[in-house]
Design a protein around this ligand. Structure first.
Ligand code: ACO
Length: 435
């Protein structure tokens, strides 16, 4: 059989042929179906062989046409378009449309898309009261996760997820309301009144407005910072089957409404190894404090005492292409905001780490979080908002992954297996007889 693989079970001497499936590229992402392995048995009552893959290091959980990453070469494409082109030529709205629909919008489609998102930007006043209930120092990511989950109670019809039009309406709502919830969470934490959306502004311009407006009659976002945020949103919009996308698909596979699935995905993003990493980068740079302390800090990372936050990636074993774009953009932002001494520290850390054998051998390069935190800080976002700033644009990626899953005829509830290592069957011992 051509395009197949032959396996021999040395326990039985039996030979098995399994077909190889391919995606777009014959030498990237070829796979066998794990379920085929179940044919491999030592006896009739043998359950069959499983593949063991903690953390899904080598498991394809779906077929997807949304995002392509070649981590060895440092390539990232949305729907076939290189991230570098999208980051320089497109707006976030165009990219969001592209991720969900598979094609770039024409002018009238973009206009309609923008109108729809603007229309849904307000949140129900009850949600405002719900957010008021959080303590003043509640982490905004905790507020975001809870409030998005709470949206589920406002839209009971959203449970009808087999209707494509119902799904679409919830997508508009989620993409539109995330910035509003995020900005309200921030304003709540600093005791400032909430600012309602201004739909005459762009998606990111309006977000800056809801975040930072004080007493201005007409708040005008700085165009360089507005565009920088747009680029940051484009770079964070999707990243194929990462931890939070996997959470979206996994929770979504039991068919709840998308609000609770998005809340689960955002919760997955919250962790320091995923979306919380840029917050940790900043804390790390502050802890290092001075360029002279960089070598000692790197030594601690090499001894295994700590990890260099913003370094390394499960998929990229090369410079993260998003980090390259951000490194350049940081300079443009600092022209507006003034120089930030943390950037010099970051550059020095990067320089020393990239020359060090430990990092070279393990292919540890800066990831997107290494520079995003410094830029966000320069733009006046507090560190607690960093994962929130990730969750806003990633919402469209989660929704694209969810929509693709919903249309996949192979879709099944996610239910991994395990290799059981516990006790064999034993009899219950009554309490008084236990030693
Ligand atoms: N600093 C120092 N050493 C590291 C780092 C790091 N940041 N990352 C990995 N290593 C080392 C590990 O100690 C390990 O060394 P060993 O082989 O001697 O034991 C080796 O590199 C491989 O590490 P793994 O943990 O197996 O790599 P994995 O692919 O599972 O982890 C991860 C990827 C979680 C991103 C990791 O590199 C890390 O913790 N980085 C820091 C956190 C971070 O920046 N996360 C953001 C990721 S990007 C995003 O979510 C958008």
């Amino acid at each position: 059989m051509e395009n197949s693989i032959t396996m021999i079970d040395n326990r039985t001497g039996k030979k098995y042929d399994f077909p190889i499936m391919y995606g777009t590229y014959p030498t990237y992402g070829a796979a066998i179906r794990a379920a085929d392995l179940r044919q491999i048995k030592v006896s009739e009552d043998d359950f069959g062989l499983l593949s063991y893959d903690v953390g899904f290091l080598n498991t394809a959980s779906c077929q997807s046409a949304i995002t392509f990453i070649d981590g060895e070469k440092g390539i990232l494409r949305y729907r076939g378009y290189p991230i570098e082109e999208l980051a320089t030529k497109a707006s976030y709205h165009e990219v969001a449309y592209l991720l969900l629909h598979g094609e770039l919008p024409k002018a009238d489609q973009l206009k309609e898309w923008t109108q729809k998102i603007n229309y849904h930007a307000l949140i129900h006043e009850n949600m405002k009261k719900f957010m008021d209930g959080f303590l003043y120092d509640a982490h905004p990511m905790g507020i975001l996760v809870s409030t998005v989950a709470a949206l589920s109670t406002l839209y009971p019809q959203a449970r009808n997820i087999n209707d494509a039009n119902v799904r679409k309406l919830q997508m508009y709502r989620l993409i539109a309301k995330m910035p509003t919830i995020a900005a309200f969470a921030y304003r709540h934490s600093i005791g400032m009144p909430y600012v309602y959306p201004d739909t005459e502004l762009s998606y990111t311009g309006n977000f800056l407005y809801m975040m930072f407006r004080r007493m201005e009659i007409k708040y005008q976002p700085n165009p360089v910072l507005e565009r920088a945020l747009d680029v940051l949103f484009i770079l964070h919009a999707d990243h194929e089957q990462n931890c939070s996308a996997n959470a979206m698909r996994s929770v979504g596979s039991s068919l709840p409404d998308p609000y609770v699935s998005i809340a689960a995905a955002a919760a997955a993003l919250y962790g320091p190894l995923h979306g919380g990493a840029n917050e940790q980068v900043l804390r790390m740079l502050r802890e290092i404090g001075n360029i002279n302390n960089v070598p000692a800090y790197i030594k601690r990372a090499k001894s295994g005492e700590l990890r260099l936050m913003g370094f390394g990636h499960r998929v990229y074993k090369n410079y993260d292409p998003r980090a390259k774009i951000l490194k350049k953009m940081a300079e443009e932002v600092f022209e507006v905001t003034g120089k930030n001494e943390l950037l010099d520290l970051a550059l020095e850390l990067e320089r020393i780490a990239l020359e060090d054998d430990y990092f070279i051998k393990r292919k540890l390069y800066p990831n997107v979080d290494f520079y995003s935190g410094i830029i966000y800080q320069a733009m006046n976002f507090p560190v607690t908002m960093f994962p929130v700033l990730f969750a806003i644009p990633r919402t469209v990626g989660w929704l694209a992954q969810w929509e693709e899953m919903m249309n996949d005829p192979e879709q099944k509830i996610a239910r991994p297996r395990q290799v059981y290592t516990g006790a064999d069957c034993r009899s219950f011992v009554p309490l008084e007889e236990r030693e």
